[in-house]
Design a protein around this ligand. Structure first.
Ligand code: NAX
Length: 327
């Protein structure tokens, strides 16, 4: 049998955690023959720790053949110890009347501490995926603490946006989701993101030509994808959890599947017109399990460039807000 992979998950007793852990333990993320050990972190307070025990009881009751062990803890050093994957889902939600700058700073503290702990105690091959919002900037902050691990190990999730964007194109064209390809997300996981329909394909042909309605693409499609999170909250009274967990499964599974091309927020290194050092969504191709190269071959037209500028400006603004924390 294969040696187990240690998967650390933060915010494990939260809504996304509840939709995520069972699928990891079932093999949906790392494969049907890959044993896993779940290392679950929650804030060290009675309520969440008790809820975490409840989730662990249910995991036990599933009798998953691949789930070798579980660690439940309130201590990041214990959660990330020897972890091969660190899924950073937990974060502080925006409270009523809270300023965005305060949200960024409060979360900055969490991600500085977690980035430091990961760099100190995680496995040498550790990979990090950040979901907790604002996920791009939280990921940049965590990566800033790394001395041993390199920046390319730190990724943030824009895959839910990619999946939403593909689904909306398929629906409009009246085709199967499998007919939609090359739809990638650029920039921030926020309403400013750019779902690049200009290079997307439907049945191998230009999606823009198949749909034949530029006004719809620019004025309805982009806002629908960008504001989908708010639309889910409005309809469900709670934020997206199952689709977010599913997207994280896709994010990690594709990062361990050589040849997969998918949207991931990575250190931009100045690509596609993004500021150097911000974490921006862009297409990556997985090379070997856990490693990837950015796909740099897409030529952007003026419209795409103007959209990328807007989401880049937002990322730079977020970085400016927390820049004192990085020093
Ligand atoms: P919940 O509030 O249900 O759960 C979050 C959990 O994290 C809570 O149980 C809390 O106790 C825990 N937590 C908070 N700080 C922690 C810390 N320092 N260490 C460990 N655990 C901690 O939120 P949920 O619906 O699960 O969403 C989690 C995060 O995902 C939120 O920040 C949310 O904004 C973000 N999302 C990101 C998405 C993306 O596409 N990148 C989409 C879905 C989601 O909105």
């Amino acid at each position: 049998a294969k040696p187990p992979i240690r998967v650390a998950v933060t915010g494990a007793a939260g809504n996304i955690g509840y939709a995520l852990l069972f699928r990891i333990a079932s093999g949906a993320m790392l494969g049907p023959d890959q044993p896993v050990i779940l290392q679950l972190l929650e804030i060290p307070v009675e309520g969440p720790q008790k809820a975490l025990k409840g989730v662990a009881m249910e995991l036990e009751d599933c009798a998953f053949p691949l789930l070798q062990d579980m660690v439940l803890t309130g201590d990041p050093n214990e959660a990330f110890r020897d972890a091969n994957w660190c899924l950073l889902v937990g974060s502080k939600p925006r409270g009523p009347g809270m300023e965005r700058a305060d949200l960024l700073k409060d979360n900055g503290k969490i991600f500085i501490a977690q980035g430091k702990a990961i760099d100190e105690v995680a496995a040498d091959d550790a990979r990090i995926a950040v979901v907790g919002n604002p996920c791009n900037t939280n990921c940049m902050i965590a990566a800033s603490q790394a001395k041993r691990l390199t920046a390319d190990r730190f990724t943030a999730m824009v895959r839910l946006d990619e999946n939403r964007g593909r689904a909306q194109l398929a629906k409009k064209a009246g085709v199967s989701i499998n007919d939609v390809s090359e739809l990638f997300i650029y920039g921030n996981h926020s309403p400013t993101m750019f779902a690049d329909f200009t290079h997307a394909k439907i049945g191998g042909k230009s999606a823009a030509e198949v749909i034949g309605d530029q006004a719809w693409l620019e004025n309805e499609y982009l806002p629908t994808v960008g504001k989908r999170g708010a639309a889910i909250i409005d309809a469900r009274g709670q934020s997206s959890a199952a689709s977010a967990a599913n997207a994280l499964i896709d994010h990690v599974r594709d990062l361990v599947t050589p040849g997969a091309v998918h949207s991931v927020a990575v250190n931009s290194e100045g690509r596609y017109g993004f500021a150097d050092g911000v974490w921006a969504g862009m297409p990556v191709r997985t090379t070997t399990p856990g490693s990837y190269e950015v796909v740099t071959s897409y030529e952007m037209d003026d419209f795409a460039k103007s959209k990328i500028k807007i989401t880049n400006d937002e990322l730079v603004g977020e970085r400016d807000t927390i820049k004192d924390m990085l020093a």
